[in-house]
Design a protein around this ligand. Structure first.
Ligand code: AR6
Length: 166
């Protein structure tokens, strides 16, 4: 099942939530800051011991005080105009998150809109990549949740989802 919601991903009751991290896994603002704040220090401790994560790849940690069992930290690309493999790297970030969740038998997963905040990725193209990857994996997950922070993002996801499935 694919769900599109508006809200705060830290409150999602799924087996694993995905964080839009940076390559140094050092925390930051946006959804990364919110996740670390809600989860508590055990997550940053584990991030430090992992060290780093290349763009497009994903790593997994405990989820501290969150409802979820684990957190997958993936790194989306910084948008630099679109000719630097940004679309492929964003697809990889989603895809590697799905694959890592399956490795750990985590069958419900929630995503934020990776790369569309501080990293400046155009929202509609990003939503299309996010949802297309979800449509590829939805049959092997109980639940895939796209958590949109704003009403505009929520409306955009619904529009793109309808285009992709009609
Ligand atoms: N729940 C769901 N979505 C959220 C939340 C939340 N609590 N908070 C923000 N968003 P961003 P990026 C949305 O900037 O572009 C960080 O500093 C937000 O509205 O968090 O991948 C990292 O450390 C936007 O739609 O991630 C990296 O350095 C989306 O999450 C860098 O920013 C992603 O925005 C990563 O940039």
């Amino acid at each position: 099942m694919i769900q599109i919601k508006q809200g705060d991903i830290t409150r999602e009751n799924v087996a694993v939530i995905v964080n839009a991290a940076n390559t140094q896994l050092k925390g930051g603002g946006g959804v990364d800051g919110a996740i670390h704040k809600a989860a508590g220090p055990s997550v940053m401790e584990e991030c430090r011991s992992i060290g780093r994560c290349p763009t497009g790849k994903a790593v997994i940690t405990n989820a501290g005080d969150l409802f979820s069992e684990m957190i997958i930290h993936t790194v989306g690309p910084v948008w630099k105009g679109g000719r630097n493999n940004e679309c492929e790297l964003l697809k990889d970030a989603y895809e590697n998150s799905f694959l890592l969740a399956l490795d750990y038998d985590l069958t419900s997963i929630a995503f934020p809109s990776i790369s569309t905040g501080a990293y400046g990725f155009p929202k509609e193209t990003a939503a299309r990549i996010a949802l297309r990857t979800g449509l590829k994996y939805y049959s092997v997950f109980e639940r895939i949740v796209y958590v949109c922070f704003s009403k505009e993002d929520y409306d955009l996801y619904l529009k793109v989802y309808n285009e992709l499935t009609s």
